[in-house]
Design a protein around this ligand. Sequence first.
Ligand code: 5GP
Ligand code: 5GP
Length: 238
Amino acid sequence: VSSVAEKFDFFYLVQQWPGSFCDTRQGCCFPDTGKPAAEFGIHGLWPNYAKCGRGRGEELASAVLGEDDIAFFSGAVGRRGKCWPEFCDDGNALSLWEVRDLVASLNRNWPTLSCKSGRSFEFWSYEWKKHGTCSNLAQHDYFARALAIKAAYNLTAILAGAGIVPSDTATYSLSSVRDAIAQGTGFTANLECNRDADGNAQLFQVCQCVDRQGKKLIDCPLSMPTKCSSDQLKLPLF
Ligand code: 5GP
Ligand code: 5GP
C-alpha cells in the first residue's frame, strides 16, 4: 500500500460471466486449475471516484460535469480528468505468501479466462498492481474482502431465482436483470454487455458498488457506459 492514502469514493466489485467472456470472437482459455464453475467470477475490485477529476491534486472540472458526461468516460484519464486512481505503487508486487490461505478460494472465485498464461495468479497480480495498490488495503484484506462480498451475494443464484438462467437461446430484458440484482442484493449495480461471435448482445459484467472499506454494498453513485445497446440480452451457457 502506498504511503499516501488514496482519496477515492467507492469500489466497483466487477464480476464477469464466463460464458460471455468465452463465446466472443476472441475466445478464452481455461486456467491450469481446470474449467471454472458456471458461475460469475471476479474480475477486480476497483477504487473509483464518484466524480471524474478528483485525483491526486488535480482539482478539476467535476463541478461543471453533468452525470451524463461522467457516464461517457471510459479511461482513467479522460479529457476532463481522472475517473479513478490506478497503478499507485509499482514497487508493491503481489506476494503469493501473503494470500496463501486464500489461494484455493481465489482459484474457484477469481479464475483467469485469458489465453495469456493460464495462471490465475498473474491475473490477481495485475489487478492488485493496477487497482489494489490504490485501495488503502493490505494485500490479504484486498483479496479477502472481494471474496467475502462475492460470497455474500451469489449473483448466479440471484439471477436464477428470477428465472434468468444460462441458455443459448433465451433472451432477457435488461431491466429484468437489473431488477433481479437490485431485489436480490438490496442495492443497484451497473451492468456491462458485450457481443458473442454472432453479434448478439449478452450480459458480460456486473459491477456492484462497495464502500471505501471494501465491506458493504452501496447503491451505485454513478452509472457507467453499459455497452448494452439492445434491450434483450443473452446469458450464454458456459
Ligand atoms: P474497458 O475499456 O475494457 O471497459 O476497461 C479496461 C480497463 O480499464 C478495466 O479492466 C479496468 O482496469 C479499467 N476500468 C474500466 N472502467 C473502469 C471504471 O469505471 N473504474 C475503474 N476503477 N477502472 C475501470
Ligand atoms: P483490466 O481489464 O483490469 O485493465 O485488465 C485485465 C487484464 O487481465 C488484461 O490484461 C487481461 O488480459 C488480463 N486477464 C487475465 N485473465 C482475465 C480474465 O479472466 N478476464 C479479464 N477481463 N482479464 C483477464
